[in-house]
Unconditional design. Structure first.
Length: 480
């Protein structure tokens, strides 16, 4: 048996950050275990990098197709999906190889050891990899997640693809059906529609993105429908079969109406499930659910020396930057002996549609349920922002939530919403007021002008109603 100070199971984003972080802070006997020979996890190899490459390509195609609105004589050449797939896979491989090489080099220079194989708990301190047993004082589980497939009659017979293997289809589907209403499903629907597929989206809820702001989601959903995407809400698939070369989905609306959806290909994006199989967590006394390993707000499992981070943990957000955040919490608590607690309420995130959807802090309902007083919701439309007019990207609006003039939340549907959002995340973190944002100089003409404009609007409303002297000054100085 080989003794280690730390064993990290899983070399994805959170796993390798924890392993390298521990080494940099002075730990020496650190073992990183993964079933693959590379690092990076799903985000690098099958999720974020390839999917965002596809979104970029579809945006280029859309720009080429719509260039006439700017006075450009443009046209879209035939879409060769095989070449697109080759480009995406090459870019993904190049990025993955570079990051794997650089990260492993840094890891080994610091004295870390990585082994390839499947890890299995013998007890709460002993992990077996193949036939070798390792004992560790501390263990971190970071095995990630994989696509989840619903139990639908006939789905295996007709065949389907996921985000992991869609790049292997030989050509662009003339008709593509996507199952799911999650962010990735919406992103893929728009991307394939812009490349030329006729896309149908089958959603089990009463709208796409059921967890998000209903007002802004309704606007996004209408934009997608107007662009040619068919969206079937409150719909479940009862049966699947083939008819000639076409794949047929027998669907049922929750009102009882049955109808058929035909397609050349079916893409399932219904969610992800944690990678728990084979770990023998029972041997370690680590409790888990279908949603993942149970952790407290320190990211400790039911064993006080075993942590779980990233997509394998039963935490609210399965995002790369959430995994990075959790990894740093674990480093702080495990290596530096702090009691840093995770804060997931209002975690910032972006859905990469066009226009983008971005959120940080609390929404109106959360603010009210949390007990904030004097809550105010202020909106400002992108159609009134000069930069948006220049770019012909005037759909959407920003909504900020304030309490006693303190910023507590922001939701944006609009061009470049993800970048615009960061100012609000910082404002919430440092406890900034609406007046702080309103008095900050924003270069003109940028889309981020929307932040100053919505802050001024909120401030003017408060000034007219409360007579606050500072707010009145802002009202006089503003020109929005």
């Amino acid at each position: 048996m080989i003794n280690k100070e730390l064993i990290v199971i899983g070399a994805g984003t959170s796993g390798y950050i924890v392993a390298i972080g521990a080494l940099r802070l002075g730990w020496r006997e650190v073992l990183l275990v993964d079933k693959h020979e590379y690092i990076g996890g799903a985000a690098l190899h099958t999720n974020c990098v390839p999917s965002k490459s596809l979104l970029h390509i579809s945006q280029v195609a859309h720009t080429a197709r719509t260039g006439t609105q700017y006075g450009l004589d443009t046209h879209l050449l035939n879409v060769d999906f095989a070449k697109i797939s080759h480009y995406i896979q090459k870019q993904t491989l190049d990025i993955a190889e570079k990051e794997t090489r650089e990260t492993l080099e840094a890891f080994r220079q610091l004295g870390g050891k990585m082994v390839q194989g499947k890890a299995r708990f013998i007890n709460s301190h002993v992990v077996q990899v193949d036939q070798q047993e390792y004992h560790a004082k501390n263990i971190v589980i970071a095995t990630g997640a994989r696509p989840w497939y619903p139990d639908i009659k006939g789905i295996d017979k007709i065949g389907y693809v996921t985000n992991e293997n869609i790049w292997q289809i030989p050509s662009l589907p003339e008709k593509l059906t996507i199952l799911g209403g999650r962010p990735s499903a919406i992103e893929f629907a728009q991307a394939f529609s812009r490349l030329g597929s006729r896309v149908a989206l089958v959603v089990g809820h009463d709208s796409i993105l059921p967890q998000e702001d209903p007002e802004l989601v309704k606007e996004l959903q209408d934009l997608l429908i107007n662009s040619g995407i068919e969206i079937y809400v409150n719909t479940t698939v009862q049966d699947c079969y083939t008819q000639g070369k076409r794949k047929i989905l027998d669907c049922q609306h929750d009102h009882g109406e049955n109808f058929l959806v035909e397609s050349d290909e079916v893409l399932i994006l219904e969610g992800r499930r944690p990678n728990l199989e084979g770990l023998a967590l029972e041997n370690a006394g680590v409790h888990y659910l279908n949603s993942g390993i149970q952790v407290n707000d320190l990211l400790l499992t039911t064993q006080k020396h075993i942590y779980a981070v990233g997509d394998v943990a039963a935490t609210p957000y399965k995002l790369t930057h959430a995994a990075e955040y959790q990894a740093n919490v674990v480093i702080s608590n495990m290596v530096l002996n702090t009691t840093t607690k995770t804060q997931f309420q209002g975690f910032p995130y972006v859905i990469f549609t066009d226009p983008e959807y971005a959120h940080t802090g609390l929404n109106e309902q959360q603010a009210k349920s949390t007990g904030y007083s004097n809550i105010e919701v202020t909106r400002f439309d992108f159609k009134d922002i000069d930069s948006a007019k220049i770019k012909l990207s005037t759909n959407g609006r920003i909504k900020i939530i304030s309490s006693n003039n303190k910023i507590i939340g922001a939701t944006i549907l609009g061009p470049d919403a993800g970048n615009i959002l960061s100012e609000w995340s910082l404002a919430i973190k440092v406890g900034a007021s609406v007046a702080d944002v309103a008095s900050t100089i924003h270069p003109y003409p940028l889309l981020a002008q929307v932040n100053r404009r919505v802050a001024n609007k909120c401030l003017q409303h408060n000034a007219s109603g409360k007579g606050n002297r500072a707010a009145w000054v802002q009202r006089v100085l503003s020109w929005s």
